[in-house]
Structure formats: C-alpha cells, structure tokens
Design a protein around this ligand. Structure first.
Ligand code: SF4
Length: 286
C-alpha cells in the first residue's frame, strides 16, 4: 500500500463550480445499464470507437496485459487508420492519433531545442513495432469487432492511452467505462485545449516543469516530467527512483496505485468521488 501521508495530503479543494459539474456528470451516468456480458464469447480486443482518421481499440479481455509498469490493465489504443504506426511517425501523420504531443518524433527535436521539454528527455517511449503495429495490421484486415457491451469493463482496471491521445475517445464513452470499471488511469498532452476540459475529471495533464503551473491554473491534476519535486507533487511509485529509495519493497504497478485518474477516483464502494491526491512527477531520465 502507498504511504497515505505522502500521497494523500489534502490539495486545494475543487472549486464549487467544478463540484457541481462532477455531480451533474455523475447524475448523467445513471443511465440504464447495458446488457450483462453473460454468454458472450470474449475476444481479447474490440473496437471501442472509430472515426474517419482514428480507431480506438481496447485489449486485454482474455489475455491480460504483460506491461510491467501498469500491471494487467485493459489497454486502450488510439491508432491512426491511414498508416501503420511505424510509418505514421516517419511521415508525421501520427498527428491524427497523437495530436500535438511534443514527444512525437516530428516535434521532439524542436521542442527540446526550444526548452519546451527538459534536457535528458527521451522521445515517445511506445515501441510502435510491437503491439501498435500488430493491432493496426489486424484491424486493417477486419480482425476486430465492435465492443458488444460496456459491461465487459465492469470491475476491470483500465489504462486509457497505451498509445495515442485518449481525448480522442468521446467523453461519454470514457465516462461510461469509468462508471463500471474498478479503476483507471489516463494522461493527455492536449490539456491546454479548452475543448478538452471535461476530460480533467478522468485524465491527468501531461506536463513539464515549464508548463506545470499553467495546467494547475486550468484546474488539472498533473503528471510531470521534472528534475525534482515541486513540493505539491509526489514521486511516481513505479519509477526507478522510487524503487531505488525503497529496496526490497514489492514493486508498485499502476493497477495497485491508481493515482493518475484525474480529478475523480473510485472509493472502496465503487463510487466515483473527488480525487484529492497530490500531483505526480517522474524524473526526466526515467
Ligand atoms: S503514480 Fe501510480 S498510476 Fe500514476 S504512473 Fe505512477 S504508478 Fe501509475
């Protein structure tokens, strides 16, 4: 278990207007339940959403994810339909599924030169030749069907954005999944966009030391790449640094931690409540 004093010290209260929005959102979620997922022969991966440019896939229903950092969470992938992920990063068409993320190869060098991301940062860590590529190839061959029921997410742990921008998933779908899931995590680089403000309920703003304050001013909880704590955040317990500081301790995975769930989280009764945890930081070289 995480140290409550370190990770759950009170943060400034969410403004009353935000509380109202959360309450309205929760009320809106009291929709009729989808059919039970009984008697459905499960596939491992389903299409969650599709537009002209992107497809959103959810995987891990029969074969749990082996991701060592997250643990066996349902992984949600946002893929560019036009090109396979490896070609997308070369052509720059990954702007379809990753929007303006500075860690895209097309933007990374300039962002580093301009000091928009810290020295020592690495490009996007997602290996496009592995899962993103194989998912994309199977999708283009018609290998996946639409999610048969939102109930498949019930009591599951969900990672929004194993690759790609999760704000490209319609907010109602995110809310419906969070409503039935056990816990979730999610991060967006597009937090400056006012059209994304609804997602702050569920996702963290991906920030750096240079723009952390702006994200806070806009009301986000933040996951920062930073050289050190700013005093209002805590070290990611899945980081190398945390593990080095706690030798002999069982490694913590996102599925055990769940701090990166934006402004809301599930309580022990499965109710969606305000998340008053501190922000999170991870060292730039991690
Ligand atoms: S703080 Fe927790 S949920 Fe967030 S990345 Fe680290 S381990 Fe995962």
């Amino acid at each position: 278990m995480l140290n409550a004093e370190t990770y759950f010290v009170p943060t400034p209260a969410i403004p009353a207007s935000d509380k109202l929005a959360i309450a309205q959102f929760r009320k809106a979620l009291k929709q009729p339940k989808a059919p039970q997922a009984k008697n459905i022969k499960l596939d491992n991966t389903y299409i969650l959403h599709e537009t002209a440019t992107v497809v959103v896939l959810a995987s891990g229903f029969t074969k749990p994810s082996a991701n060592a950092k997250t643990g066996p969470m349902i992984q949600i992938w946002i893929l560019n339909k036009a090109e396979n992920p490896m070609e997308s990063v070369l052509s720059g068409s990954d702007s379809n599924n990753c929007l303006n993320c500075f860690f895209r190869p097309a933007l990374f060098h300039d962002a580093l030169q301009q000091g928009l991301i810290p020295q020592g940062s690495k490009r996007c860590y997602v290996n496009k030749s592995k899962a993103p590529r194989s998912l994309w190839v199977k999708f283009t061959k018609g290998g996946y069907t639409a999610l048969p029921s939102i109930e498949l997410f019930r009591h599951k742990s969900v990672r929004f954005g194993a690759y790609g921008e999760p704000v490209l998933i319609p907010l109602e779908i995110v809310a419906s999944i969070v409503d039935v899931a056990k816990m979730h995590t999610g991060y967006t680089h597009d937090w400056r966009n006012p059209l994304r403000s609804g997602y702050k309920r569920f996702f963290m703003a991906s920030t750096m030391e240079s723009d952390y304050a702006e994200a806070k001013r806009l009301g986000w909880r933040a996951f920062s790449v930073a050289t050190q704590s700013n005093g209002a955040d805590s070290l990611c317990p899945a980081s190398h640094e945390f593990r080095a500081a706690h030798p002999g301790r069982k490694p913590i995975q996102c599925i055990d931690c769940g701090l990166c769930s934006g402004l809301s989280r599930k309580d022990s009764h499965g109710q969606l409540i305000e998340n008053r945890a501190r922000d999170i930081f991870i060292p730039a070289h991690a």
